[in-house]
Every structure is written in C-alpha cells, then in structure tokens.
Design a protein around this ligand. Structure first.
Ligand code: HEM
Length: 349
C-alpha cells in the first residue's frame, strides 16, 4: 500500500490529514499515476443543447465535427461523448476531451478550423446553444480514485500506470487527503463570478472564481451480470438518480452551481452502460458536505461498501472519480445562445 499522493508532490503538511495515521481502508482502491513530467493537463467540455427533433441534426453534426477534430495530430489522448437532459428540459450532448499538456490543447484549438467555426456569429443563429468549459489543473490540483486498477476512465486515461493500493479512501475526507494541494492549503473559495464583456448579447464569457471544485464521478456496469446487475440497476441506480436530480434542480442552495448526470453514447448516439455525474461546486467543502450527509449519497456509499465486501474481490461494477480544485487561471467558460440555467451561468443567475 502507498499514499495516493505521488512522491514528487508530497510535502510537509500544514493541514491535518482527515484519517488517523493507523487507518486501514476496509476495501481496496487505486489512483491514476501520471508521469512526473505531466505538470498540468487540459480537460475540455464542449456542449450543444437543443430541444426537439428538428434541432437534433444540428446538434449531432456539431458533435461529429468536434469528434472528428479529435483525430488531428494535436488531438486529445482521450475523449468521451455523453448525453443528458438538463433542468430546463433541453437535451445536451457533451464531448469531454483530455490532453496531457496544455500547449497541445492550445495548438489543437488554434490549428484546427474549430476556433473559426466556434467564433462565427452563425453559432448564435442556429437554434441550438453551445458551451465551452475548459479546465487546466496543475498536477497538485487534481486527484483520482478507481475501484479497480485494470481499466481507467476520464483523466485516468492520461496515466502512465495505476498506483499500488492506496491508504486515503473509504472515509469522509478521503478526497481532500488525496489532493496534493490540500497538504498546505485549506482551499477556501474566493473571487466573484461575473461576466466579461464580449460585444455580443448571445455570447457570455465568465470571470472564474478561486478554488471552484469540479467532480466527474462515474460508474460502469458493462461487465456486471445476473444478481450484481440487478442490484445496481434496481437498488443503487435509482438512488443515484435521485441524488443527481436533487443536485441538478436544487443544488444551488447548497453550493452546487450545476450538475449533469450523463450517459455515455457511442458513435451512433446509442447509450452505453456507463454514466457519470459532472458537477461544479463553490468549494471542495460544499461538495464534501453533500457527499457525507445527503441521504442519497450516504446510502449508495454504504451499499457499495457492502457490495465490495460481499463480492470477495469479484465485483464487476466499476466506479471512479476525478476531483479538481481550480485556481482562477485554470478555468474558462463561454456560453453561446444558451439558456440562463446552463452550467456556470447559474452562478450569476
Ligand atoms: C453509484 C454511484 C456512486 C457510488 C456507489 C459512490 C460511492 C462512493 C464511495 C464508496 C465513496 C468513498 C470512496 C473512497 O474513499 O473509498 C465515495 C466518495 C465520494 N463520492 Fe461517491 N459514489 C457514487 C456517485 C457519486 C457521485 C455521482 C458524486 C458526485 C457528483 C459522488 C461524490 C463523491 C465524493 C465527493 C466523494 C468523496 C467524499 C470525501 O472524500 O469526503 N459520488 N462515493
């Protein structure tokens, strides 16, 4: 067993670890190990929102354009496409793409014809909304967790290898203990989220806050069978869905600016047996309070721990998450023709 924090990012703590020194986790878990040369990654979420079948074609064509651009030489090392219906009843398709370094992402954006397409006033007149949410966390501002070491998702796809089994998990506060930055920083939120003038009423750019927390927390039930699949779909997923709907519709009161409970889709737009919640929080503390006290997450936390113990290492359900706590210069948000409840727009609504 080893610490979730890689050796090159460890430092003397000024912030106490949440777990006692003799803590032993009840079940195993792993983190993604990035090469020490990976100092900052880029995670780009491009979304298209639409309503009604007449606009579905425009939305699919836009996502296809983005997916095709991922094949370029400077394209991302990994990408996913996912779908959800938002709080205003709009369908949304999102491409999430991951790069091992920020300049590669910047070159990709500048060298493809995407930037021209994106900035064209045409995008404001197509009857769909577009958004671009870019995160560029430095390595100490990011932590991951996986329930199995043999297949990763999301930012884990940029990893060189899995870690050994790690100590810092299985208790409330584990995410903070895994985050290198939290060794020396309380991660208090700061700054005021506001609009940056763009010269166009249909295009909104936001000034980001300090220490926004973003989580992508996913589940993959594609390998489950029989009783295990029944338990996931019959008992766990409905409770997860309830928790995700609560965050989507009522999250703002508890510091969750936005939540998307998304289902992966394949190249034909068909749903896969994989989903994730992607949410934006005023601070890590706000996210921790929801995770540790909301009855839906407390219930699924408990049921997962019981399932792992009962499975004697045979559990086929895969869980993972990635959490970032972002400095102001590690975020950028742009919304084109989107309704006012979209993503971080809710933070200024
Ligand atoms: C079926 C779905 C889910 C299951 C079974 C599940 C279960 C768990 C478990 C077992 C842990 C403890 C992990 C560890 O440290 O070993 C955990 C932590 C956590 N989960 Fe979930 N979870 C699910 C979905 C979600 C979603 C969708 C979110 C957020 C949008 C979320 C947010 C968190 C957070 C923030 C923590 C860390 C809490 C802390 O460190 O104090 N989970 N979850």
């Amino acid at each position: 067993m080893e610490s979730a924090i890689p050796e090159h990012l460890r430092c003397p703590r000024s912030q106490a670890r949440r777990a006692p020194d003799d803590y032993v986790p009840p079940v195993p878990a792993w983190v993604a190990r990035f090469d020490a040369s990976v100092s900052r990654v880029a995670i780009a979420c491009f979304g298209v929102q639409y309503r009604g079948s007449a606009r579905a074609g425009v939305a699919s064509a836009a996502i296809r354009r983005l997916v095709d651009a991922c094949a370029a030489a400077e394209g991302p090392q990994h990408h996913d496409v996912a779908h959800h219906v938002d709080e205003a009843g709009y369908e949304t398709l999102v491409l999430i793409a991951y790069w091992r370094d920020v300049p590669a992402y910047q070159r990709w954006w500048a060298e493809s014809d995407l930037a021209i397409w994106w900035t064209s006033p045409e995008r404001e007149r197509e009857g769909v909304g577009y958004f671009r949410e870019i995160f560029t966390p430095r390595a100490p501002h990011l932590e991951t967790l996986f329930s199995s070491p043999d297949r990763f998702e999301g930012v884990g796809m940029l990893a060189a290898s899995p870690s050994d089994q790690i100590y810092e998990h299985g208790y409330w506060g584990g995410a903070r203990d895994r985050l290198p930055l939290a060794q020396t920083d309380g991660l208090a939120p700061g700054g005021v989220i506001g609009r940056v003038p763009t010269g166009s009423a249909g295009r909104i750019v936001l000034r980001p806050p300090q220490h926004l927390a973003v989580i992508r927390s996913g589940q993959d039930w594609s390998d489950t069978e029989g009783r295990e699949r029944e338990i996931y779909l019959g008992d766990v997923e409905p409770v997860l869905n309830e928790g995700m709907t609560f965050l989507r519709d009522h999250g703002r009161a508890i510091g969750c600016f936005a939540n998307r409970y998304m289902r992966h889709v394949d190249g034909q737009g068909l749903p896969q047996r994989k989903s994730f919640g992607l949410s934006f929080w005023r601070s890590l503390a706000h996210l921790e309070i929801w995770a540790g006290s909301h009855p839906t997450h407390v219930a699924i936390f408990g049921s997962f721990m019981r399932m792992v113990k009962a499975s004697e290492g045979q559990l086929r359900l895969r869980l993972y998450h990635e959490v970032m706590v972002l400095a102001e210069d590690e975020q950028s948000y742009e919304y084109v023709n989107c309704h006012p409840m979209t993503g971080m727009l809710r933070a200024i609504g």
